[in-house]
Write a protein that binds this ligand. Structure first.
Ligand SMILES: NC(=O)c1ccc[n+]([C@@H]2O[C@H](COP(=O)([O-])OP(=O)(O)OC[C@H]3O[C@@H](n4cnc5c(N)ncnc54)[C@H](OP(=O)(O)O)[C@@H]3O)[C@@H](O)[C@H]2O)c1
Length: 327
């Protein structure tokens, strides 16, 4: 089979397409012929040697995907021919072989049937919705009277956060550097969309929030945006730190944290247990279905164009970036 692998950490160009043996099935795994895999910025960090608990090279990244079961072990709850998606959040693509391959042995505890009337592409986007759900619901304690600021709102996590927060009744202020994507975010349900790089960002966000100030921030960018979020969030507000696209480190004004009684919390989708992720995914799918909506997909690339797909991801997508693993 063909798989993308890197033999030593370094530049993303170290990720190369190779002919490899199909990995053997371990107990509790099902062999899945992948139709689609999704890219995450964390895959790049992993190839660069910056991701904790990463598997030893040669290693295949890819943390979510969808395909068809072709082989199962004893006592499996799946049957060859079942269409399944992988709930990103487990160790697949971190320390276990990932989904940027034609076949992958995937842990059954992290597999779910593809929801009715969902395509392989739509079902290959699980990680970002699970991340947004964990940030909003589980760690952020979202209430329907919250006003949520989503930074980096056009990305995979951002669009999921905008949709899910809106579906749960909150108001949303979304940030994007692109005028076209800001229009798309309003169409997706954001109540306001503001230029991330505006010199009057804080004033504009406060004006957009009006008499219901920002109470919860989904912080995808980090770096200088963390301090801006501290300034923009209301007293008693919560800031869920998910990403670090703008910088790995940040400086915050401690006095503001103290006087505004703000909670800043880091959170990782990898803190899900399998059962908890399965339950969350069921609720997420119900919300998408009830709202006649599906996770937005930025672009689907052919299997040979994984490098182009990573370039598209780095340039700033509008939704999820996918790779078609089948010919
Ligand atoms: N904690 C977790 O469990 C977890 C899980 C998944 C992802 N993450 C992290 O969360 C972050 C977001 O992930 P994602 O999948 O949504 O990323 P993504 O798809 O690459 O999108 C992020 C968006 O942020 C904006 N952006 C990117 N770089 C920027 C910069 N330097 N300055 C300002 N805006 C910038 C872009 O929007 P515009 O071009 O529209 O401005 C882009 O569309 C990443 O750091 C990722 O590693 C964490």
């Amino acid at each position: 089979m063909r798989a993308w692998r890197f033999h030593e950490p370094g530049n993303i160009a170290n990720l190369v397409l190779e002919e490899v043996d199909t990995p053997p099935l371990n107990i509790g795994e099902a062999l899945v012929r992948l139709e689609c895999a999704a890219l995450n910025p964390a895959d790049r960090y992993l190839v660069q040697g910056q991701y904790p608990r990463a598997g030893a090279p040669p290693f295949t990244p890819g943390r979510d995907g969808a395909g068809t079961v072709v082989e199962v072990g004893p006592d499996s709850r799946f049957t060859p021919g079942d269409k399944v998606c992988l709930l990103g959040g487990g160790l697949t693509g971190v320390s276990l072989p990932g989904t940027l391959a034609e076949y992958a042995p995937l842990p059954e505890a992290w597999l779910a049937p593809i929801p009715d009337a969902w395509t392989f592409e739509q079902a290959a986007t699980t990680l970002t919705s699970l991340t947004a759900w964990r940030a909003l619901e589980i760690c952020g304690g979202l209430q329907s009277n919250d006003t949520v600021l989503v930074t980096g709102a056009s990305g995979g996590v951002g669009v999921a956060a905008v949709f899910l927060a809106k579906a749960l009744g909150a108001r949303i202020v979304a940030l994007s550097r692109s005028a076209e994507k800001r229009k798309n975010l309003i169409a997706l349900g954001a109540d306001a969309a503001i230029d991330t790089e505006s010199s009057t960002l804080e004033k504009e966000v406060r004006a957009a929030a009006g008499d219901q100030p920002i109470s919860l921030v989904i912080e995808n960018l980090g770096g200088p945006y963390l301090e801006k979020s501290v300034r923009m969030v209301a007293p008693e507000g919560r800031i869920m730190v998910i990403g670090l696209l703008a910088d790995l480190t940040a400086t915050v004004t401690i006095g503001l944290l103290i006087h505004k009684n703000i909670r800043i919390q880091g959170m990782s989708v990898n803190n899900f247990k399998a059962k908890e992720a399965q339950d969350a995914w069921t609720k997420i799918v119900d919300l998408y279905n009830a709202n006649h909506h599906r996770p937005p997909i930025s672009q689907v690339f052919p299997f040979a164009q994984v490098q182009e797909a990573f370039a598209h991801l780095q340039a700033g997508p509008m939704g999820k970036v996918l790779v078609r693993c089948s010919a």
